[in-house]
Design a protein around this ligand. Structure first.
Ligand code: G3H
Ligand code: 13P
Ligand code: ZN
Length: 322
């Protein structure tokens, strides 16, 4: 069941974070739905601009609608990840998305407010909600590159003003994370005090964390042992997910970790079976492994086990009644 992102946030707020997972192909979609059903978790399925153009934007939309039929117990929202203004309008008009992210965080403050406000007006008129971003993550976001050193943390006072003026429904805050597999060279240095300060200024307002993959070291070691070269790959400590959720973080974005699972499965498979050229056997292993990974993340996010409550809340019935 595709629901609004606002409905998921309302249920999660202050208790747990909803996992927001990026998808690009059928295997990821199958693993994602299986993992969320197995762990009984609501979730957000995220589609980036790159994912929309990897095959065709309609391919992903239709595959997700098919998954919705196959996994009829699933409760999820469909979200555009890191959209520009035009892509947001395309998604708003498509009738498929629950929410869009307008990422104008690289623009000056007033321009970010103005762009976000325009997108929010168009989105709200059609019942979608809007995630915006203030401050900049380190690493690479689509076409925008920001050096780790110059990562620009969100200013809490500016965040409160931004929310008020832009009309956005959730805010991605920069606290020192970055996209990709190489997040930290030294200590983690995450600034949870930024989240805490924003939470105090705008209690009840949903916050979002990007760049939250944990880059599991066992995955990295297995990839490297099977011919990979991911030296120094490091991610966010996943034990931080739940404390962040208690400070109003409703959505935690995880993409890179899924790519690592894919790489490990396929590198090991073809290393061990060099005579094989069929893509289905490793694809099957990947779907299973990705499903297990998603279930393990949902435990850490605290979203595991909430599915029947969310369904009941959305259909007005007590939990457990079907
Ligand atoms: O924030 C970026 C996400 O990880 C999506 O990555 O643009 O390569 O699809 P992508
Ligand atoms: P990771 O690269 O840490 O998975 O971050 C994903 C993300 O923020 C998607 O918007
Ligand atoms: Zn992101």
């Amino acid at each position: 069941m595709i629901v609004t992102t606002a409905q998921l946030f309302e249920h999660a707020y202050g208790k747990y974070a909803v996992g927001a997972y990026n998808i690009n192909n059928a295997e990821q979609i199958m693993g994602l739905f299986r993992g969320n059903i197995a762990s009984e978790a609501p979730f957000v399925i995220q589609i980036s601009k790159g994912a929309r153009s990897y095959t065709n934007k309609l391919m992903l939309e239709h595959m997700i609608r098919a998954a919705d039929q196959i996994f009829s117990d699933a409760v999820f929202a469909t979200h555009l990840d890191h959209g520009d203004e035009q892509t947001c309008y395309d998604c708003i008009d498509s009738g498929f998305y629950s929410s869009v992210m307008i990422d104008a965080s690289h623009e000056p403050f007033d321009e970010n407010v103005a762009i976000t406000r325009r997108v929010a007006e168009r989105a709200h008129a059609k019942g979608l909600s809007v995630e915006a971003e203030l401050g900049q993550l380190g690493g690479v976001e689509e076409d925008v590159s920001v050096d780790e050193d110059q990562a620009n943390l969100t200013d809490p006072k500016q965040a409160a003003e931004f929310i008020e003026r832009s009309g956005c429904d959730s805010l991605a805050c920069a606290i020192g994370t970055s996209h990709g597999a190489f997040k930290f060279s030294g200590g983690q240095g995450l600034h949870f005090e930024v989240i805490e300060a924003i939470h105090e200024l705008v209690p009840g307002f949903p916050l979002v964390l990007h760049g939250s993959s944990s880059v599991p070291q066992d995955e990295v070691e297995r990839i490297n042992a099977a011919g990979g070269a991911l030296k120094g790959a490091r991610g966010v400590d996943p034990a931080q997910y739940l404390p962040a959720a208690k400070m109003g973080v409703c959505k935690i974005n995880i993409d890179t970790d899924g790519r690592l699972v894919w790489t490990r499965v396929h590198r090991e498979f073809f290393r061990d079976k060099p005579e094989v050229f069929d893509f289905r056997p490793p694809g099957k292993i990947y779907m299973e492994e990705y499903s297990n990974f998603i279930a393990s993340r949902n435990e850490l996010l605290g979203s595991a086990g909430h599915l029947s409550e969310v369904r009941a809340a959305l259909s007005g019935e007590p939990a457990g009644v079907s």
